[in-house]
Design a protein around this ligand. Structure first.
Ligand SMILES: [Zn+2]
Length: 134
């Protein structure tokens, strides 16, 4: 998590899950956010650093240290968009090794997913909606 105002790194998060995102594990995005919130609550982050919100930078490496896709999963996208007032922008690495970024306010559901992933995500989103209506 990086301050948009000062460029300071405010918190880090890691996870060691394999490319198949394990939904039960805590992802690096969540780790970084929890750590950020803890510091914020304890007033260890100055208001000045938060004045322009923060940027979440997410990078994923394979065991052989090549860059892989690190776009936030559905679950992480949800909490990131919920906190869009603080997390203004998200950067992630793509399968081609390039960094992508997006304003949180624009959402993530359609960005840089393969058609297969897209269908899977849409199905999941629909399921969640239905559950809410029950
Ligand atoms: Zn995630």
């Amino acid at each position: 998590m990086v301050s948009n105002k000062t460029g300071d790194i405010l918190s880090y998060g890691f996870n060691c899950s394999l490319p198949n995102h394990d939904r039960t594990s805590i992802h690096s995005e969540e780790n970084a956010w929890y750590e950020f919130k803890r510091l914020w609550k304890n007033r260890q982050i100055s208001e000045k650093k938060l004045r322009s919100g923060v940027t979440m930078i997410n990078l994923a490496l394979t065991p052989s240290h090549t860059i892989r896709m690190s776009k936030p999963c559905k679950k992480c996208s949800n909490f990131i968009t919920k906190n869009a007032n603080v997390i203004r922008e998200v950067h992630w690495s793509d399968a081609d090794g390039q960094m992508r970024s997006r304003k949180t306010s624009e959402g993530f559901s359609d960005a840089t997913l393969s058609s297969g992933d897209k269908n899977k995500h849409l199905k999941k989103a629909k399921k969640k909606k239905n559950n809410k209506n029950m």
